[in-house]
Design a protein around this ligand. Sequence first.
Ligand code: CAA
Length: 394
Amino acid sequence: MAAVLAMGISVPRHVLPLHELARARNVDPAKYRLGLGCKEMAVVAPGEDTVTLAAEATLSLLQNAPEYEPSKIGLLVVGTESGVDRAKPVAIWVHNLLGLSASCEVFDVKHACFGGTAALRMASLWADANPGRLALVVASDIARYPLNSPGEPTQGAGAVALLLGSCGRGEEVFTLSKRVGMYAAQVDDFWQPAYLKEAVVRGHYSISCYIESLKRSLEDYGEEPGNDPDFLVFHCPFPKMVKKAHAAMLEFLGKSYDVSEDFRRRVEPTLWVNERVGNAYTASVFLSLCGLIEALGGSLIGRTVGVFSYGSGSCAEYAVYTFGNGVKTSLDIKRRLDSREVINATQYERMRAECEALEQNGSYKGNVTNLGRFTFMGIQEHRRVYCGNNLRPE
Ligand code: CAA
């Protein structure tokens, strides 16, 4: 049976503390910290985009797990809603930047924040059908709302890479349950028209769509045989949303637990990365999962986590994953978060404008200096230019 064998993450190298944004927007900082549950917001700088974040997460994964041979990767799927081209997938640049085998199916999956989960499920079926080969899934996104909008403090960015293959050695990070609760419904809660740079969102309505999808997914999943999962991960657009979802879940399932105690025990250990990164759309649910793994490590072996993934528009799934011995490998998340450069609100707005300028044709000047391992250099004759260690020549 296929399982996730290794993971890697990446986050932008700059961070804006949300009390700085609150000051700039003349908002009580308690609204962001307590009302939304957010502490910090990851900010992309010129040179970073959805592709470089995905490539960096993949390189981290391959370095964390040298026992898996990259030439065996026969499927590469990127789940994203902040792709950089309407025709060309993010995945093909990642494939090139990592120098992966040409004998590989390479494509993106899109359904708002659900894309990474959809890719994971698809890759798991592919890995079952292709024993001996490996599948790579990367969830990578930059969450962006208009300046001064209610969504602005929930922005963030990041990527998580997951390597799947047949397991049998007991070294898997986790296995996915075959049983899945699903729910799909056409709703206009959050979307990004092709002619706009930022998402359009009906914020309070989107919260009710999320909760409705959670209930319907649980209903479709049916009664949990045996015990409750040991932990719960929810898609995290902002941590307070997860608190609302957890309370709604207990009520819907008719559980008479102490809500705060259950939250503290089964949910809180999953949220510390999201609090410090912000929303990363498709990657958010996996950042929570990585946070749990990093917080509890080997003590998770044999334990279970119920995972709820929601994508606006909408599609959702609830499934249960079981942890294996692979949870012992550290993803080095705390050091990555602590080593980011702290910026203020003026620098954030300047970086945002510089990133926008780099997205214009003719922006390539060969002068973007980014200390990351992969850099987006700009656009020349409508072609995106990247540099990185493992580039294959055309
Ligand atoms: N001190 C403490 N708390 C305060 C406060 C203060 N001074 N001022 C306000 N608050 C609290 C409010 O009481 C509220 O708490 P509750 O939700 O528990 O009632 C909370 O802070 C937020 O306040 P508002 O509702 O007034 O905030 P808002 O209207 O300005 O924006 C938002 C909130 C609608 C979530 C907005 O951030 C938004 O549009 N976000 C983007 C959309 C989103 O993330 N939707 C989630 C579901 S959709 C999804 O999950 C997909 C996805 O990734 C986008």
